[in-house]
Design a protein around this ligand. Structure first.
Ligand SMILES: C[S@@+](CC[C@H](N)C(=O)[O-])C[C@H]1O[C@@H](n2cnc3c(N)ncnc32)[C@H](O)[C@@H]1O
Length: 485
């Protein structure tokens, strides 16, 4: 799923941001073909031929290409009709395909770009204003809109409630949207931050809104100077200086208030609200691959000076967040998040092999990428707040799917684990499938050659790539134990 965004070939953005003419062509053609089939696949419009058709076909129908395109996109979005563009096929340089090109050829029919799934829809941007889903900025989360769109596509094919699995569940968007339509959902997530966000949605189903409102009212009489004497923000090395001193002492006073809330659900939501404003009140911003530091942190970061704009006082930010929570709770979700949904907190590498055979109908998931993105760094503030120390963070980073150059191979550990499950032959099949990946072998050889020429930014990159794809091979192999619809 998540690879769609990355695989769209991009033209350099021109200042005017005009649609390339050829794109009109593909969209117009998709529109014209729609009468025959609900699901239209057209080649990416990169040829003279598609440009010619762009000129001819709309004329034949008496409309401009731009009008057809707009009409198609609007209709498709409304009716949730998938529109697909195939990716362009590779052109071998010397007439024969290498292993990567052969692999691409094999799956070319399945590699498609859906222009309806824009950046906004496939990322957290689409959740910023959605009740409940806006409670925590989890940059990697699906938008509920995307999940609904995809479920609608399969819903057409199945007349019974499905059981969905998301082995990299994050904040559980795939689970709660499945649950909302009466399906069953199982998720696995390792990061406590994602798991708490999902728990907050579950709690939202049952919390007594009046109790929540009363606790929020009581906040008005809190003495913000009265910090909890035994509490200070449990900083990690990489979170030092993240907050102004006044922010930490207001947070401390707030937590004293939170501790006194008798109702467990309300108390949890108040605690979670604090977790969810940490970035907002800090000198940091989760930005692209990194946690960026504002110059006011006093950290000497070199490079360009970064100013994240106004940083609100803690008391202001937390009140705003709690008000948002209350607004959403007032909408009442009717139990639609937690019904038939469950999440296992742990690593899917260890949990998937324990799941029963043939249990699931559908997987909707978005694994981490093989791109050195370190979740423990981006979410360092939240992890520290949840009580993770330096050793916990190291352990967590190693247990996550290998995506950083610090990750060590898990193969020996996994082999031993499958043996304890009496599933040695399954493990051997995974190894054989992995070893048979010629395209990957080709990539690894190239990477190692580049390392020997000192061309890599880090010498562990080949190991990272190997570890990542071995673990993903294991995940995919385990998922195959269910006969998917
Ligand atoms: C791209 S995010 C998924 C976000 C999710 N789709 C959502 O809507 O919130 C990938 C998730 O995989 C999790 N993850 C990484 N390694 C894992 C592992 N070994 N087992 C389970 N989850 C893991 C990360 O913590 C992260 O939350």
């Amino acid at each position: 799923m998540s690879s769609t965004k990355q695989s769209v070939p991009r033209k350099k953005a021109s200042r005017k941001r005009k649609q390339p003419k050829a794109l009109y062509g593909a969209k117009a053609r998709a529109r014209l073909g729609k009468e025959q089939s609900r699901c239209v696949a057209v080649p990416l419009p990169r040829t003279q031929e598609s440009n010619d058709r762009l000129l001819e076909e709309p004329q034949a129908k008496g409309r401009t290409a731009a009008a057809l395109m707009t009409e198609l996109l609007e209709e498709s979005l409304q009716n949730r009709v998938p529109v697909k563009y195939r990716l362009p096929r590779p052109k071998p340089a010397n007439g024969s395909l290498n292993a990567r090109e052969t692999l691409f050829e094999r799956f070319a029919e399945k590699l498609i770009v859906n222009p309806l799934l824009t950046r906004k829809i496939v990322s957290f941007q689409g959740s910023k204003t959605t009740p409940f889903y806006r409670w925590l900025k989890y940059k990697e989360a699906f938008s509920p809109e995307l999940v609904d769109y995809l479920y609608d596509v399969v819903d057409d094919r199945s007349k019974r409630p499905l059981h969905v699995l998301d082995p990299f569940a994050g904040t559980g968007t795939a689970l709660t949207r499945a649950s909302a339509r009466g399906w069953k959902a199982t998720g696995i997530e390792l990061m406590p931050v994602g798991a708490f966000a999902l728990q907050a949605r579950f709690v939202a189903d049952r919390v007594e809104v009046e109790k929540f409102r009363r606790s929020l009212d009581a906040l008005s009489s809190l003495d913000w100077r009265d910090a909890r004497p035994d509490w200070h923000f449990p900083h990690l090395r990489i979170t030092q200086d993240a907050f102004a001193a006044g922010t930490e002492s207001e947070m401390s006073a707030y937590l004293r208030h939170t501790d006194q809330i008798a109702d467990e659900d309300v108390r949890f939501l108040f605690w979670f609200a604090c977790l969810s404003v940490l970035e907002e009140v800090s000198h940091t911003r989760k930005d692209g691959q990194y946690l960026r530091w504002d110059h006011r942190s006093g950290r000497n970061l070199g490079g360009k000076r970064f100013d994240k704009g106004r940083i609100p006082k803690f008391r202001e930010a937390i009140r705003g967040r709690l008000m948002d929570f209350l607004k959403d709770l007032d909408l009442r979700n009717g139990g639609g998040f937690s019904r038939n949904a469950r999440v296992v907190q742990g690593s899917c590498l260890w949990e998937l092999p324990k799941l029963p055979e043939a249990e699931f109908d559908l997987v909707l998931t978005s694994p981490p990428y093989c791109n050195r993105y370190d979740y423990t760094r981006t979410y360092a503030l939240e992890l520290a707040f949840c009580g993770n120390g330096e050793a916990d963070i190291r352990q967590l980073r190693q247990t996550l799917l290998s995506a950083t150059v610090e990750n060590k191979s898990k193969r020996a550990q996994l082999k031993g684990y499958y043996a304890t499950l009496g599933a040695q032959s399954r493990y051997s099949s995974i190894e054989a499938a992995f070893d048979g990946q010629e395209a990957l072998r080709e990539v690894l050889i190239l990477l190692k050659q580049a390392r020997d020429r000192n061309e890599l930014s880090n010498n562990n990159v080949p190991d990272l790539v190997e570890n990542y794809f071995f673990e993903m091979a294991q995940v995919v192999f385990e998922l195959r134990r269910s006969p998917w619809i």
